[in-house]
Each structure stands twice: as structure tokens, then as C-alpha cells.
Design a protein around this ligand. Structure first.
Ligand code: SF4
Length: 198
């Protein structure tokens, strides 16, 4: 059975409409030329990757198109992002924030690696992931050792760690969210939140 994807159908319908209109205006000879030029759409030689919008808890599905076909001499670069029409949440739609994701990807101010500002310094410096994770772990351990509360004033066991909080990402998967929640609560952390407040 010959299956036509939804996007393929819409693209074909648009091309058909343009060709029919040209024909109605008497440019019959242009029909084949137009169809031939429309067929290889500008995205046809790009790599299509499915992803999730990082902004909010709606977690709309995305199609990210990048230049380059994974060959070694091709430098990949994202050139177009649109809603995934086959995604059950957004069905191809994106809100204005999601629709502007291409600018987010290419923004010069986008944070791509850990940055650290030394005490007394006025500038951020790039550090390695290993260094950043070791530093975070060290500070958390020290703070927890110092401030962990096993029992409340009335003797009730509470096992609370109130001096450190955690801001999580709302666009993570269910599994990641579950593990993150379990980890933070097991440490005794009560201040746990994310930008979507879920
Ligand atoms: S496209 Fe808009 S609604 Fe969808 S996840 Fe992104 S920010 Fe949220």
C-alpha cells in the first residue's frame, strides 16, 4: 500500500494548486518546469531530527532541519525548525516562543558549556563539565553535612535539608523527572521546583 505522509500530502497539494493556477492563466508550458523546481524542496537535502521544545511544560514536538548529511567534511548547522505534525501534543503547531527557536539555537548569548565566576572576579570563565560537577558535588556535600536536620525540636524524625534547593527542567522525559525527584527527596531536599511549576 502506498502511504503518503501528512506533510507530503500538504506539500503535494500546494504544488498542485500552483501548477493548476499557472495553467489557468495560460502558461501551460510552465507547469512541468514549476513542478520540477518545487519537487526538490529546500529541506529535501537536510537532516531531519525530532526533538522537544525546551521552553515550557507543554513539551511540543519539533522537527529540526540541519545542513549536512553526516559526512566528515560537512559542517552541520540548524537552518529550520517547525512543529512536528505527527506529534500527539501539538500536531505541528508552535506558540510564538517555539516558533522563534531558530534564533535561540544561534544566539551568541546561548549558554553551551559550564561557566564559573571566581570569588571577587567580574567575569565568567569557561570550565570543564568534570570540574563543574565536582565543584557542585563538593559544595552540596559540605552544605548537607553542615545543615541536615534529622529531628525536629519535638523529637520527630524529619530528615530535612533546607539550605539547598534545586531548579529542574520541565521538558525532560518522565523517566528523568522521576529519577530527579527521587534523588532530591532522598537527599532530604524540600525546595524543588521548575519553571513550569509542575
Ligand atoms: S512551542 Fe510554546 S507551548 Fe509548545 S513547548 Fe514550546 S513554549 Fe511551550
Amino acid at each position: 500500500m502506498n502511504m503518503v505522509s501528512r506533510r507530503g500530502f500538504i506539500g503535494g497539494a500546494a504544488a498542485g494548486l500552483a501548477v493548476t493556477t499557472l495553467g489557468a492563466f495560460g502558461f501551460g508550458g510552465a507547469e512541468q518546469a514549476l513542478a520540477a523546481s518545487v519537487r526538490p524542496y529546500k529541506l529535501s537535502r537536510t537532516t531531519e531530527t525530532r526533538n522537544t521544545c525546551p521552553y515550557c511544560s507543554v513539551s511540543c514536538g519539533l522537527l529540526v532541519y540541519s545542513l549536512g548529511d553526516h559526512s566528515k567534511n560537512a559542517k552541520a548547522s540548524v537552518l529550520h525548525i517547525e512543529g512536528d505534525p505527527d506529534h500527539p501534543i501539538n500536531r505541528g503547531t508552535l506558540c510564538p516562543k517555539g516558533a522563534g527557536l531558530l534564533d535561540f539555537v544561534h544566539a551568541e548569548t546561548r549558554t553551551k558549556y559550564p561557566m564559573y565566576r571566581k570569588p571577587g572576579s567580574d567575569k565568567l570563565e569557561r570550565v570543564s563539565w568534570d570540574w563543574a560537577l565536582d565543584r557542585i558535588a563538593r559544595l552540596m556535600k559540605d552544605d548537607r553535612d553542615k545543615n541536615f536536620v534529622e529531628k525536629a525540636a519535638n523529637g520527630t524524625t524529619v530528615n530535612r535539608w533546607l539550605t539547598t534547593g534545586m531548579l529542574c527542567a520541565s521538558a525532560s522525559t518522565n523517566e528523568t523527572a522521576y529519577i530527579t525527584y527521587k534523588w532530591a527527596r532522598n537527599m532530604g531536599m524540600l525546595a524543588l521546583d521548575n519553571q513550569a511549576r509542575i
